[in-house]
Structures are given as C-alpha cells and as structure tokens.
Design a protein around this ligand. Structure first.
Ligand SMILES: [Zn+2]
Length: 147
C-alpha cells in the first residue's frame, strides 16, 4: 500500500464519518472513527519507515561521497608518479617538482610502492664509479641501486 492509497482511504473514511454525523448514527460514527484511526496509524507507520529509509540513504550518500573523495586523492597520487628505468633492470617511480604544491622532484622505491608503502628514495653520490646511489629507507639491502 502506498501513501497515496492511505490518503485516499482516509478521505473515504472522512466522507463516511460526515455521512454518519449527518445521520446522527452513533454506531456508524464509531466505526468511521475507528477506521480513520487505523488509517492514521498506518500512515504514521509508513511515514516513519520512509523517514528512516531517507536517513539511511543520506548516511550512505555521505559515505559514498567520502569514499569518492578518498579515491580521487589516491588517483591523483597514482597519476603523479611515472615508472622509470633508472638503471638497467632497476625501476623507480618518479615525481616531477610541483610549483603548485612546492613538492620537489623525487623518486619512490618501486617494490615498496607496489606493496602500498610510500618510500622516498634517498640519493647521494656513492663513489667514483657511479654517478648516484639510491637507498630505500624501508629496505636498504634489497631496494638500493646505483646509476
Ligand atoms: Zn623499498
């Protein structure tokens, strides 16, 4: 039953009540009032159910908007890093400097980033044979290489 059905039914009950009042028929007045109270209760129950459903949908919308904002941030973070081969067979994710955020150019450790860990590579001149040496602060032993 819909709200429109209940309102139509209540209107019919009011018409019956008016007829009973005009006829001064106590039993029909009591029956029409009882019917009207039942329909009023049904309508109230339906309205409460709709309000609860509306609140639930509003909560779901807030959560979906929050999740959407989080996903947009994650996507922006993913897009800003490009996978580069920094030495033969060695890869790192490169991020260019940003004038907008003031973030300097840097590399992320590829194995760590692929595992969901953001580890900025530390770069320094290692020795006379290599131009630079990159260290991952999470796993220096396995995630470091020279260029
Ligand atoms: Zn690493």
């Amino acid at each position: 039953m819909t709200i429109a059905d209940l309102i139509t039914g209540a209107g019919a009950s009011i018409t019956l009540l008016k007829t009973a009042i005009a006829a001064r028929d106590e039993s029909k007045i009591e029956a029409a009032l009882s019917d009207l109270q039942t329909k009023y209760g049904d309508l109230g129950g339906m309205v409460i159910g709709l309000v609860e459903k509306s609140m639930s949908l509003q909560d779901a919308l807030v959560m979906a908007n929050h999740e959407n904002a989080e996903l947009k941030l994650q996507l922006a973070e993913q897009i800003k890093y490009k996978l580069k081969e920094v030495s033969p067979g060695k890869f790192a994710y490169f991020c260019e400097a940003s004038n907008e955020t003031g973030e300097p150019a840097h590399y992320l450790c590829q194995p760590c980033k692929d595992a969901g860990i953001k580890s900025v590579l530390h770069i320094f001149n290692a020795n006379q044979y290599f131009s630079a040496h990159y260290d991952c602060h999470i796993d220096k032993k396995n995630h470091s290489f020279c260029v």
